[in-house]
Design a protein around this ligand. Structure first.
Ligand SMILES: [Zn+2]
Length: 294
């Protein structure tokens, strides 16, 4: 399998998971992975949950997180969900090159949906000169999210050790798209077959995206969950989740919806291509990753 792109269909829509690269989260810059991803998990249950995923608490020294973006060609619209993590690390910023390999030029994208304002989701908005990379795109973002990053709130609510990285990226990647921007403040259709889903918590205006064609559903979870264990333990939040209580409520609502609809789900930090089915298990859920061959 080509590990950079993965094409699949949702009804009539041609979809593709596109890698922007990876980033390694490890001490000293970050807490050990288990503490970073599951900050409030009780020790013994954490150890057990990790073992079920072939991870050992003691030996899990680094989390190599994929950064995944999604394209959807509806026939009428060429949509990109998130623009990757350009500038964040040595192995990021591969989105454009991977799109070009698949015959997609930046000019072809007419709709760019930004799920939230973290640097690994908006990093490809602008080039080194600060110009918008997708000149023909209508950018769509949740209003609360835009307001958060453009207010004093971000300054006061963000953790000291990540604040600088987050604010630097937001200041570089958000103002240049302002003329192309449309803000949504309710669940609505963005283009036919693709809808905005409110999913706050990870950030104040974090958005999931519902994609449906001919009775088939894909729910883009973005960072509603960062690791498959979050489906099993929706109350275990990550250090980068801004509002833990809201994160859990959002996860429960969205994971229940995806399971009921038997939707395919994609999360942008799961192992590439980030796709699977969200299956109800007891009081929570479990990810059944799709089988990729080739
Ligand atoms: Zn992210």
């Amino acid at each position: 399998m080509n590990a950079e792109t993965y094409g699949f269909r949702v009804g009539n829509f041609e979809c593709m998971a596109v890698s922007d690269g990876t980033h390694t989260y490890a001490p000293p810059a970050f807490p050990p992975p288990a503490n970073f991803l599951f900050t409030n998990a009780p020790g013994q249950r954490l150890e057990q949950a990790l073992l079920e995923h072939n991870l050992q608490l003691e030996n899990w020294a680094e989390w190599v997180s994929p950064y995944i973006c999604l394209t959807v060609n509806t026939g009428e619209h060429r949509v990109l969900v998130d623009t990757g993590a350009n500038g964040l690390g040595p192995n990021t910023g591969k989105l454009l090159q991977n799109l070009r390999t698949e015959g997609i030029a930046p000019e072809d994208i007419d709709t760019a949906i930004l799920t939230h304002g973290h640097p690994d989701h908006i990093g490809g908005n602008t080039d080194d000169e600060g110009n918008s990379v997708f000149p023909n795109a209508r950018y769509v973002m949740w209003k609360d999210e835009w307001d958060f990053w453009n207010s004093e709130q971000a300054e006061s609510r963000l953790d000291e050790h990540v604040k600088e990285v987050l604010l630097t990226s937001a200041r570089k990647n958000l103002p240049p798209i302002q003329d192309q921007l449309e803000l949504v403040d309710r669940e609505m259709e963005i283009v036919p077959g693709i809808g905005a889903v409110s999913a706050p918590g990870h950030t104040p205006g974090h958005m999931a995206v519902a994609i449906s064609s001919r009775g088939e559903q894909l729910l883009c979870l973005s960072d509603t969950v960062l690791h498959p264990i979050h489906l099993e333990q929706p109350d275990w939040h990550a250090a980068v989740d801004l509002d833990p209580g809201q994160v859990e409520a959002t996860r429960r609502r969205i994971l229940a919806k995806a399971a009921t609809e038997k939707a395919l789900v994609i999360a942008f930090h799961f192992p590439f291509p980030g796709l699977g089915h969200d299956v109800q298990k007891d009081e929570a859920w479990q990810l059944h990753p799709i089988e990729t061959t080739g």
